[in-house]
Ligand binder design. Structure first.
Ligand code: 4NP
Length: 159
């Protein structure tokens, strides 16, 4: 299983999502891989935002080795599950879809965790206090998604 987390800059939300999911996968002894990307190009090559690094560290997760990259159309073929942090990221990814198979892989992270809930993971870039809320949302969502995948409630590709 290859999972890709996607936000706008790939420096705040999706690096946290990558770190959290990777840790849960490691704890469960699975050999799945997780990566992250941004739909925008501003921060390519940069480390995660210092506030994301601190929030992860407070929770025992090291994300300092991550470097931002831009989402590319080939990701739609190379990953099994592509999770957008907000509805705008989701639309940007969906605009690059060229076939039905790719479409089934792309989901809003909160919607996959809590079906019918189309909530955004809010962009914390301009809000220093937003990072702990983002962490909690992603931590709960990643648990739900992993449980769903392992128990067969979420089947890939999701139809
Ligand atoms: P992210 O947050 O999408 O969670 O990484 C942002 C980071 C940078 C910008 C916007 C959002 N920016 O406009 O540079």
């Amino acid at each position: 299983m290859k999972i890709l987390m996607v936000c706008l800059g790939n420096i705040c939300r999706s690096p946290l999502a990558e770190g959290i999911m990777q840790e849960k996968i490691r704890e469960r002894g699975l050999e799945w891989s997780v990566d992250s990307a941004g739909t925008g190009s501003w921060h390519i090559g940069e480390k995660p935002d210092v506030r994301s690094i601190s929030e992860a560290r407070r929770n025992g997760i090291d994300i300092t080795r991550q470097r931002a990259r831009q989402f590319k159309p080939a990701d739609l073929d190379q990953f099994d599950l592509i999770l957008a942090m907000d509805n705008s990221n989701l639309r940007n990814i969906q605009n690059l879809i060229t076939n039905k198979e790719q479409g089934k892989k792309v989901h809003l992270i909160m919607d996959l965790a809590h079906p019918g809930n189309r909530t955004d993971v809010p962009d914390p870039y301009w809000d220093d206090d937003g990072f702990s809320r983002v962490y909690r949302m992603l931590d709960t969502a990643c648990d739900k998604i992993l449980d769903g995948l392992l128990q067969g409630e979420i089947r890939i590709p999701v139809s």
